[in-house]
Design a protein around this ligand. Structure first.
Ligand SMILES: Cc1ncc(COP(=O)(O)O)c(C=O)c1O
Length: 458
């Protein structure tokens, strides 16, 4: 990036022919892309041979790093045996049944079942469709609306983007679609009022949710969707009592709780699933990313027994579940996911993430103590955020035109570290395979970049 683009180079051809996700087209043309050529453990290398520790595991997903041999071997073996088959019209494969059984057991969705898709967005949209079927079967077909939260990210397809609570996901597209509503984000750092404590804050969040339900009509609301800890909105950990209280409101009005575990699942927050970290009890869970360490596009929805019963009942006249993706239950994705889960179990995932997460957090807390611009360190496990502010006491942010988060990202990049700013929140979600030395190295590069940012700003 920021170097001259040679004619016919990868950079030039990329600019000429490729449309990027979440990228400003003009900036791409001016600065050129970053060409990533290979990975080794927690590091990726660019075309100039420079190494970066990717402290975001790509997009919160490459939990086993970028060169896991066992995942490569599992994929190769499966490609040789059966390179493709599908799960439509009663087809299945050994791996599909095995992974479904494993996911039901790992998630603790006793008596439940798993459905496969290929992306997080598809998994979230599948949960919405299943919620509609569930209510229809129970004689409540008007229950169609979905409530999500401000600052949420749930994906890029049209319904998933409608569930996002981020303006940049809506503005070009005239979203959200009708019937997709938003309630308050449980950010105590930014959302608590003067004089309010966490208990009162949670009460207000629950009461705002209830007011929204009553305003729209409880008979029109099918589901509420949330991540246990909001990742892309800025690593927002809800207050302790939040989910228990919100779920009371949902139960009162017969509204399903859809748990987006796409980032939080598979150890990221220091438990197998984020729901355990925050004390939530979902009716359905969407899984992706860590499921295969993103070595293959595979996602899943795990549902409680009542949801499956509704699907069965709905089609008892002979119809099919009118839903499915060509690559649902793709044998290679399934093989890779089974191997990834096996590795997680062998590495004693939860314990490892808790220890490495605590170590990284302690480094960040030390930076917060000395730095005049660190407002808050937050997160859980190996999903941590640092919010940058102009004034720590008043939590006043820097002028948005300064783009301090972006400035940090650029400094980190120069220091061989991939981080990810969300506005002025710096996000860190390194591969879960980090060891003590890796964590210290990440912290060192963060500290160096932070000091450079301070020198620039203060
Ligand atoms: C919480 C959450 N949900 C859903 C998605 C969408 O997943 P995908 O990009 O695989 O569609 C993402 C992607 O980052 C995510 O972070």
């Amino acid at each position: 990036m920021n170097k001259p683009v040679l004619a016919n180079s990868v950079e030039a051809r990329d600019i000429a022919f490729h449309i990027h996700s979440q990228t400003n087209p003009q900036l791409l043309e001016e600065r050129g892309p970053l060409v990533v050529t290979r990975g080794e453990g927690i590091r990726v290398y660019d075309s100039a041979g420079k190494a970066y520790i990717d402290a975001m595991a790509g997009l919160w997903c490459a939990s086993l790093g970028f060169s896991n041999e066992r995942l490569a071997a599992a994929a190769t073996l499966q490609y040789r045996e059966l390179g493709f088959y599908h799960t439509f019209f009663q087809r299945t494969m050994d791996g599909v049944a095995t992974l479904a059984e494993k996911l039901v057991s790992l998630t603790g969705m006793e008596g439940g079942k798993a459905y496969f898709a290929t992306s997080g967005s598809e998994a979230n949209e599948t949960m919405v469709k299943l919620a509609w079927i569930y209510h229809t079967v129970r004689g409540k077909p008007t229950k169609r609306k979905v409530i999500a939260r401000d600052r949420a990210f749930h994906g890029s397809t049209i319904a998933a983007a409608s569930m996002c609570g981020l303006e940049f996901m809506h503005r070009e597209f005239g979203l959200p679609l009708p019937g997709f509503l938003h309630t308050l984000c449980p950010s105590s750092y930014r959302g608590m009022l003067e004089g309010e404590d966490e208990v009162a804050f949670v009460e207000r969040l629950a009461s705002e949710l209830e007011k929204l339900i009553l305003r729209e009509g409880p008979d029109s609301i099918a589901a509420f969707i949330a991540e246990p800890i909001n990742a892309g909105g800025g690593i927002i950990v809800p207050p302790k009592a939040y989910f228990a209280r919100i779920q009371e409101v949902l139960k009162k009005y017969d509204i399903l709780f859809l748990d987006d575990e796409i980032v939080c699942g598979f150890g990221r927050t220091g438990n197998w699933f984020g729901k355990e970290t925050v004390g939530a009890q979902p009716d359905m869970m969407a899984l992706a990313k860590g499921l295969s360490s993103s070595y293959f596009p595979i996602s899943a929805v795990v549902v409680a027994p009542a949801i499956y019963e509704a699907l069965r009942e709905f089609n008892k006249g002979g119809g099919n579940f009118g839903h499915g993706f060509t690559n649902s239950g793709h044998p290679v994705g399934v093989a890779v996911a089974l191997e990834a889960v096996k590795i997680y179990e062998e590495m004693n995932l939860v314990d490892h993430v808790r220890r490495m997460g605590a170590r990284l957090r302690a480094h960040f807390e030390a930076m917060a103590d000395r730095s005049p611009i660190v407002g808050q360190v937050r997160g859980a496990g190996l999903m941590l955020g640092i919010e940058i502010v102009a004034d720590k006491r008043t939590k006043t942010p820097f002028d948005p035109s300064l783009q301090v988060g972006m400035q940090f990202d650029r400094l980190a990049y120069n220091n061989g570290l991939v981080a990810r700013c969300m506005g002025d929140v710096l996000g860190f979600s390194p591969p879960l395979i980090v060891n003590e030395a890796d964590v210290d190295e990440i912290a060192d590069r963060v500290d160096r970049s932070l000091k450079q940012l301070e020198a620039h700003l203060v």
